[in-house]
Design a protein around this ligand. Structure first.
Ligand code: 6R9
Length: 649
């Protein structure tokens, strides 16, 4: 490791931060040696209704996976995010909202947010929503999405937020899985100056006969655009709010009652409904938000994620609000009206902490220094990265051009399943190495195993596992605990398997190398190859499809699909476009293939398994190391694939 790529903590940063190197070491040690004691102490940061007596009751034994934290305690998540802040910071901004159009903005204080949430909670009750009911939220990035989430939490309903970029089909699948009674949406969303037909998409999703569970659609007026209205089923949000009472006592919830479901992709099958519960999750996101971002009262924290992903749940809504922080929510896209938008928002709202994704950093970087042209940027103190490995080139550009070589970067590794950040530097404690997520957070015990499940010691590379539970861990897959156990605890017995590969260096730093399963990461969005393949073969002209990820300069990974057509169908450019549209409709714009290669056959083993290894190599022009082809049923297909690949480049 050359000294040039090590960024020691600057003394002035260490002096001001919550955690320096010595306290990281001491607290980490305590957290893993005596997790009960550590988490019992940390849990005092929440307001409990009934105190817990037990702390950690967890088992990773694959015959009996069971994860419970603070099980006999009770609290309410929305009261922790709102009510308890009123006395001290009722008039402080909870949410600063910046519209897609730079002329639009709103500031909502804790007192106002508390009022809105209480009213909407009453409105939901009025629509017969009760504790444990699933409410689907399909909304743009407007403050009402946070109101809706917190209102669910207030009455003990379980929210299921569906990313506004998902198609009606994908939305329907999630509504059905959750057996949702109510869907909350907006007339239209606004992104990059374009309208997103959210209500129309909900209408279309509800044409699926299996969505009959839905009784009401609550619609927030965002653009005022023309939409279809079903007066028996559709209700305006503002009309409900107009008559709703302002007082709503928060429901006393068991620590382990569900807070939300969030769907995420795996290597097989349909997206999984990841289930998080109330107390452990809130404690974990609150503590990580404070320590990883070294958050100080009064600062403006901006996480650029969409609230439809876990990053938005944990670090736009729950973590910051539990801490009484000011969270900035941006409706639009990073490059609208132009590439300077992020820098302009930072200056306009005096953002202190920016938390974004490598794909956004690379998109800015592609424009050279234009992204920060004319901007001041002096309010920034800390930068964060999440969603995929950050390549050192992007890291350096972020550090130098956005952070002016002044702001540490926290490269935070975590997953929908983990609830909050598991591996990350702490700005006052951790010397940085560009491209490394560095060291585990308190209470997190990572390990590396070889393919047989043997734990590796010291500097090593292998499959990343977590050896013991932490409070933010998912508890189950909604209504499918067996799948939860199979997916995460069977590959390596007694360990939580992340699906990622990683390297640990001589300093104990972790370097995430990416997924080792069939999950793609496109612009920080997770997608299963199986999901895209099953969408492709659902088209009547497609016989077979195989999807692989290929390196992409901005998106991290691009989607490359090999397609075999039904006998007699012609491979035309028009059909290629039709298939791209088809995937857009089946899943959403994020899943549209970058490249479709026609083929008459796929490389398969004699037992019929597609050899993706070969397809991946062909798609990336790596023809010389295809390895042993003798196990293929028809080795001739490989040369054909190579020739066609070359022809379309
Ligand atoms: C939070 C989030 C999880 C997957 C994860 C990994 C990748 C996330 C990363 C990272 C390298 C980081 N990932 N953060 N890889 N360095 N800092 O992104 O959740 O959408 O569930 O994705 O993203 O591959 O397994 P999710």
């Amino acid at each position: 490791m050359s000294a040039a790529s090590l960024y020691p903590v600057r003394p002035e940063v260490a002096a001001q931060s919550l955690t320096d190197e010595a306290s990281y070491k001491a607290l980490y040690q305590q957290s893993v040696v005596n997790p009960d004691g550590f988490w019992r102490e940390q849990a005092a940061r929440l307001d409990w209704i009934r105190a817990f007596t037990t702390v950690k009751q967890t088992s990773f034994d694959d015959h009996h996976v069971d994860i419970k934290w603070f099980a006999d305690g009770t609290l309410n998540v929305s009261a922790n995010c709102l009510d308890r802040h009123l006395e001290e910071r009722g008039d402080a901004p909870a949410i600063i909202w910046e519209g897609d159009d730079p002329s639009e903005q709103r500031t909502i204080t804790y007192r106002e947010l508390h009022r809105e949430v209480s009213k909407f909670a009453n409105a939901l009750r009025g629509q017969d929503v009760h504790r444990g009911d699933v409410v689907t939220i399909y909304m743009p990035m407007i403050p009402e999405v946070a109101v809706a989430m917190l209102a669910c939490a207030r009455i003990g309903a379980v929210h299921s937020v569906v990313f506004g970029g998902f198609s009606p089909e994908a939305l329907a699948g999630r509504i059905i899985d959750g057996n949702s009674k109510v869907v909350i949406t907006a007339d239209e969303g606004l992104r990059g100056g374009k309208k997103v037909p959210l209500k129309e998409n909900v209408d279309e999703a509800l044409t699926n006969p299996r969505t009959r569970c839905v009784q009401k659609i609550i619609v927030v007026r965002r653009t005022g655009g023309d939409i279809k209205w079903n007066q028996h089923r559709d209700i305006w949000y503002d009309e409900l709010m107009h008559v709703a009472g302002e007082i709503c006592a928060p429901k006393e919830m068991g620590a382990e009652e569900p807070l939300f479901i969030l769907y995420t992709s795996g290597s097989t099958g349909k997206p999984k409904g990841v289930l998080h519960t109330c107390a452990g999750y809130l404690l974990y996101v609150s503590l990580t938000h404070e320590r990883v971002f070294d958050y100080r009262p009064g600062e403006v924290f901006w996480c650029t994620a969409d609230v439809g992903w876990v990053t938005g749940h944990s670090y736009i809504v729950y973590g910051p609000l539990a801490n009484g922080a000011t969270t900035l929510m941006y409706e639009g896209v990073p490059n609208y009206p132009d590439v300077t938008r992020i820098a302009q928002i930072i200056d306009k709202h005096k953002v202190n902490i920016l938390y974004t994704a490598p794909t956004a950093i690379r998109a800015m970087m592609a424009e050279g220094s234009a992204a920060v042209e004319g901007a001041d940027g002096s309010s920034l103190r800390l930068l964060g990265s999440v969603g995929e490995p950050i390549n050192p080139e992007a890291w350096h550009w972020y550090y130098e051009t956005v952070g002016k070589s002044r702001c540490p970067i926290v490269d935070t590794w975590w997953q929908t399943e983990t609830g909050g950040i598991l591996i990350s530097p702490l700005p006052g404690a951790t010397a940085l190495k560009p491209g490394s997520a560095t060291r585990p957070f308190f209470g997190v015990v990572p390990g590396l195993v070889d393919n047989l499940g043997n734990l590796l010691e010291g500097a090593a590379e292998g499959n990343l596992v977590i050896l013991d539970s932490w409070p933010g861990q998912m508890r189950s897959i909604y209504r499918d605990h067996d799948r939860f156990v199979d997916t995460y605890f069977k590959t390596f017995r007694g360990m939580y398997f992340t699906g990622d590969g990683a390297r640990r260096d001589e300093d104990g730093y972790y370097w995430i190398t990416g997924r080792v399963d069939d999950v793609l990461n496109v612009s920080g969005h997770r997608m299963g190859t199986a999901e895209i393949e099953s969408a492709m073969v659902a088209h009547r002209k497609v016989a077979e499809a195989a999807v692989v990820g290929v390196p992409h300069p901005v998106k991290g990974q691009g989607i490359y699909v090999y397609v075999t057509l039904i006998h007699g169908e012609e491979p035309t450019d028009q059909l290629r476009q039709e298939l791209q549209q088809w995937v857009r409709k089946e899943i959403g714009p994020i899943a549209v293939p970058d490249t479709i290669q026609w083929t008459t056959g796929l490389p398969k083993t004699r037992s019929g398994k597609i050899m993706r290894r070969i397809l991946r190599k062909i798609a990336t022009d790596d023809f010389d190391s295809l390895g042993d082809l003798s196990t293929l049923a028809d080795p001739g297909v490989v040369q054909q694939l190579i020739d066609t690949h070359k022809a379309i480049q």
